[in-house]
Unconditional design. Structure first.
Length: 267
């Protein structure tokens, strides 16, 4: 971003929920729950890899469910009908002030993502950046040059975790979907002697873990919801059909979060 005759410092964008508001001049605090967009000015004095580059900012290391206390300037969202009720501008050069840490599942998911990055340290630069993105949607190592190359070749969708990743996980557990309700079913579950209903419950737990590890992006939510509907049909003995499962998943997710309808990843 250009400001006058020079490049402005890079900013970190964070989606968050405001839970409690206090005026600077004092007064009663208000409890609320409103989605906001934080624009954090890391600035040249922050922990950065290069002047004006916020990729190594302490703010980027925050995990979901972390609670922060911030002092910020508040402005209404520019676009009407947007999911954010306000935009908060934060001077974050000293890093975030953490009130309480992330939940145990989020800490475990963070360790799994970090472990995958460490396991790829010995690979060439591009492979080291791409493998975590293809597996769990972790694009932290994607350089601007590599991102531009993917955009030029229309391959950015390959870095979005979606149904293919989830299908591989369920196939390992269930085997081919067409044989799931038959005696000759395959996969890890029948080899371990797990019943069909218990297998469906394990699949549901796998869906939840999939969303937590890969982050609840729209494409991830869509894949997990479709898989959960198919698992429900499996455990109840109903006929499985892809279009009704997709329709049910879309209906449930849009009722839960109407703004998904405006997401390209979800569409």
């Amino acid at each position: 971003r250009v400001s006058g005759n020079h490049l402005a410092p890079a900013s970190v964008l964070i989606e968050a929920d405001v839970r409690r508001i206090e005026a600077r001049a004092g007064g009663a605090a208000r409890q609320t729950r409103a989605p906001v967009l934080l624009i954090v000015d890391t600035g040249p004095a922050g922990r950065t890899t290069a002047p004006g580059d916020g990729r190594d900012s302490l703010w980027l290391g925050l995990l979901p469910s972390t609670r922060l206390r911030i002092e910020a300037r508040l402005a209404p969202a520019m676009a009407g009908g947007d999911r954010f009720t306000a935009v908060l501008r934060v001077k974050g050069r000293d890093g975030p002030e953490t009130v309480s840490g992330p939940s145990a599942p989020q800490r475990l998911a963070g360790r799994l993502r970090a472990g995958l990055r460490e396991a790829t340290d010995g690979l060439p630069a591009d492979a080291r950046a791409l493998l975590p993105g293809l597996v769990v949607g972790d694009t932290a190592r994607i350089t601007p040059e590599l991102d531009e190359a993917f955009r030029e070749t229309d391959l950015t969708h390959t870095l979005a975790v979606s149904g293919a990743n989830f299908t591989i996980l369920l196939a390992l557990l269930l085997g081919p979907p067409g044989l799931a309700q038959r005696t000759e079913r395959r996969g890890l579950a029948p080899r371990l002697g797990i019943s069909l209903r218990t297998t469906a419950l394990l699949g549901a737990a796998l869906s939840l873990a999939f969303v937590v590890v890969c982050r609840p992006d729209p494409s991830v939510l869509r894949a997990a919801a479709c898989g959960s509907v198919a698992l429900l049909a499996l455990v109840t003995g109903r006929r499985r059909s892809l279009l009704p499962a997709l329709a049910a998943a879309v209906l449930l997710l849009v009722l839960h979060d109407p703004w998904l309808a405006r997401s390209y990843g979800f569409l």
